[in-house]
Design a protein around this ligand. Structure first.
Ligand code: PXL
Length: 278
């Protein structure tokens, strides 16, 4: 069985980061090892959330795993709580990277032109350095702009503006760069990417559900990682992730009982498994 390591926070309520990565990647038949970077009472969109920092444990966990000679088919990182945590994650990459495995960085730190609570522009530049070690990075438009130290170009950025951003992002050093949350036209929403090996752009879109929700980037990155581990190509894994994320948002949009701080990703896991032939 393939084994993924996911390094991100554990938000007890909020359906994001590890509470999304664990069920989705495990359901796809992949062992999911974790390093929880912090325990929060909720994700940071609620007021007065608690935050227990687990930075001190991160290095100790790594040292134990080196002794045990564990290895991973992919390392997928999301929300990280501080610049120090980014340094430690860099050490994880240096320790566990090998010729076969993938490093996937979702620089989860901003949306709609705003950094999440607690982050500074400086943090985004540090995250950009982490991206240099990745095989694949998955920023949204806001995260891409913050990492490049540029003014926010808006959610309605045109495909040609996104192409420019992608080209600039390749200077960070990742092999494949993908920007999520791209609007291609009326009711047409998806991702656009650039592969430095083939030197080609690619894109894919689904219908746009008129609803903004938290954790959808984490659902996308988790489903992508799971599909990649099921031997789908990078492009097909991204497509599967986009179709699944769209189905999750649609499910919540049609459900008057859906919570307003996340989407019903659980209800669409059977669809995701069908998509990967399970
Ligand atoms: O979904 C990204 C995310 C992850 N972790 C925490 C968050 C958020 C987004 O708000 O607050 C703690």
């Amino acid at each position: 069985m393939k084994r993924v390591l996911s390094i991100q926070d554990l938000s007890c309520i909020g359906k994001c980061s590890l509470t999304v990565a664990l069920p989705i990647i495990s359901a796809m038949g992949i062992e999911t090892a974790i390093v929880p970077t912090a325990v929060l009472s909720t994700h940071t969109m609620f007021n007065d959330f608690t935050f227990r920092d687990l930075t001190e444990d991160m290095d100790k966990i790594k040292k134990h795993w080196v002794k045990e000679r564990f290895d991973f088919d992919a390392i997928y990182t999301g929300y990280l709580g501080s610049k120090e945590q980014i340094e430690i994650v860099t050490d994880y990459f240096d320790t566990f990277k090998n010729k076969q495995n993938y490093i996937i960085v979702d620089p989860a730190m901003a949306d709609n032109g705003k950094l999440y609570t607690g982050f500074t522009p400086d943090f985004a530049l540090k995250m950009a350095k982490l991206c240099s070690k990745a095989d694949i990075i998955l920023p949204n438009i806001s995260e891409a702009c913050f990492m490049l130290g540029k003014d926010y170009i808006g959610e309605d950025a045109t495909p040609s503006q996104i192409k420019e951003l992608l080209t600039e992002l390749t200077s960070l050093g990742a092999k494949i760069v993908v920007i999520t949350g791209v609007k291609f036209g009326e009711n047409d929403f998806g991702f656009m990417g650039y592969d430095t090996k083939t030197e080609g752009f690619f894109q894919y879109s689904t219908e746009e559900i008129p609803m903004k929700s938290h954790g959808t980037g984490d659902i996308f990155a988790s489903a992508f990682t799971g599909a990649l581990m099921n031997r789908y190509s990078v492009y097909n894994s991204l497509k599967i992730a986009a179709d699944y994320t769209c189905a999750c948002i649609k499910n919540s949009y049609n459900d008057s009982d859906a919570v307003n701080y996340a989407v019903n990703f659980e209800a669409e896991i059977p669809l995701l498994l069908k998509m990967i032939g399970k």
